[in-house]
Every structure is written in structure tokens, then in C-alpha cells.
Design a protein around this ligand. Structure first.
Ligand SMILES: O=C(O)CCC(=O)C(=O)O
Ligand SMILES: [Fe+2]
Length: 229
């Protein structure tokens, strides 16, 4: 079978299908399960009005909440210090940006300088979705790196101005890499729905979708951040 070709849905945004092989997917999924455990582990984020979201998350490096922006403790969850972002994940994100920029140099002017310091791991059950939003809590304009595991999803990638059309609906499958930077960095995006039963059997996931979104915040390590999206 032929693989899906790389896609540049718009300038600055690159989808590299099955960027992670099945063994790398298994390793990343294993890491996600470990991060989910114990203190500063899995929590249910809230909307700014306090309504809990359906998706469950773990943050690394910096904790992110819609109400408080980036913080070093898991504000709104168990309040403990956020788990560190492993160097290997920052390295993986840098490789991702470099490869994406090889396809479209609008993704990033200096891909080798990408210095990720935060990640959010999202766990989607079959009902979970994520509404249209921009990623704008970061001080850095560096690209956002997104890796998908488990069930596929419909990922809506829109414009920089509004939550409405024009947008493109992309299918993100397990192992896919999606990078958005440069002119695509401020695009509104959402997870419209996940597609139950589409995870590769070899991955060893019972159901659901897991995404790992890695970012460079540009925030100073010792100062609590104030900005939220
Ligand atoms: O889970 C995803 O694929 C998207 C996550 C996302 O957009 C975010 O965390 O800001
Ligand atoms: Fe986002």
C-alpha cells in the first residue's frame, strides 16, 4: 500500500503522515501513560467559567490552564509542581520542526533553534472534542508540534482571524506529525471528533486518542506566567 504523502494545508503548516513508526508510537504512548500517573498526573482541565472539559490532560514543563495561563504548579488540578519536560521530547520536537521546515520553509526561520519547554498530553475518549481556539499563551512565536496516537481524529485547521470558515478538515492518524508555525502559527484549530476503532492494532491501545503537543513558550523559567489564551 502506498503511504499518504506529506501535506501543506496552508503556508506554515505541515502534516507528515506516520512520522512515528509503530515502535516509536508504542514508546511515546508508554511515556504518556507514565506521565498520567500520580501527582501532577492526569486531570480534567476547565473552561474559563469553571466547566470541566471532557478531554483529560497532563502537562510537562509548564502547566497550562485557560484561567491562569502557564504556571509551574498544577493550578486547578492537585496543585503540585508540574512534571519536567524530558530532553528527548524537546529533541524530538526540534527534529519535527527541522523536517517540517524542509517541506515548507515558512514553518520556521531557524528550525534548529527550536527549544521546547512545555508539552500537553491530551487523552480523548470517543466523546471528547476540543473547540476552535488559537494557541496564544506563548511569548515565543516558535512552531507548535503535534503528535497523534491511537484513534484518528478530524482536526480542523482554520484561519488566523475567526473561528469560522475558511478551514480545512484534516484527518490525523496515529503516528502523524502536524507542525504549524510562521504564517500558520496563529490559526484557529479544533478537534472536531475522534474516529472510534481506527487505532492500529499493534499499538496496544484499547480505545481513544492521545495527542502530544510540544511548544516553546519563551517564558522565563523562574517567573510565574500571567498570560492565558
Ligand atoms: O489534541 C490535539 O490534537 C490538539 C491540542 C491543542 O490544540 C492544544 O492543546 O492546544
Ligand atoms: Fe491548540
Amino acid at each position: 500500500m502506498f503511504g499518504r504523502p506529506p501535506l501543506v494545508p496552508r503556508s506554515g503548516a505541515v502534516l507528515l503522515p506516520r512520522w512515528l513508526g509503530i515502535e516509536q508510537q508504542r514508546q511515546l504512548l508508554h511515556a504518556c501513560r507514565e506521565w498520567a500517573r500520580g501527582a501532577a498526573g492526569l486531570h480534567r482541565p476547565s473552561m474559563p467559567d469553571g466547566t470541566p472539559m471532557r478531554v483529560r490532560s497532563v502537562c510537562l514543563g509548564w502547566h497550562y490552564s485557560l484561567r491562569h495561563g502557564y504556571t509551574r504548579t498544577t493550578v486547578g488540578a492537585d496543585g503540585t509542581p508540574v512534571k519536567p519536560l524530558p530532553g528527548w521530547l524537546a529533541d524530538l520536537a526540534r527534529r519535527a520542526v527541522v523536517e517540517a521546515a524542509e517541506l515548507d520553509d515558512e514553518v520556521c526561520g531557524r528550525p534548529r533553534d527550536h527549544k521546547a519547554d512545555a508539552a500537553i498530553v491530551n487523552f480523548y475518549d470517543d466523546e471528547a472534542r476540543l473547540g476552535m481556539h488559537q494557541d496564544r499563551a506563548e511569548e515565543s512565536g516558535a512552531p507548535v508540534v503535534s503528535l497523534s496516537l491511537g484513534n484518528s481524529c478530524v482536526f480542523r485547521f482554520g484561519n488566523n482571524e475567526t473561528r469560522t470558515r475558511p478551514w480545512q478538515d484534516l484527518i490525523l492518524h496515529s503516528g502523524d506529525l502536524f507542525v504549524f508555525g510562521g504564517p500558520g502559527r496563529m490559526a484557529y484549530h479544533s478537534v472536531v471528533r475522534t474516529l472510534p476503532g481506527t487505532a492500529p492494532a499493534e499499538l496496544g491501545i484499547r480505545g481513544g486518542r492521545v495527542s502530544v503537543t510540544v511548544r516553546e513558550t519563551g517564558l522565563t523559567p523562574n517567573l510565574p506566567a500571567q498570560r492565558s489564551r
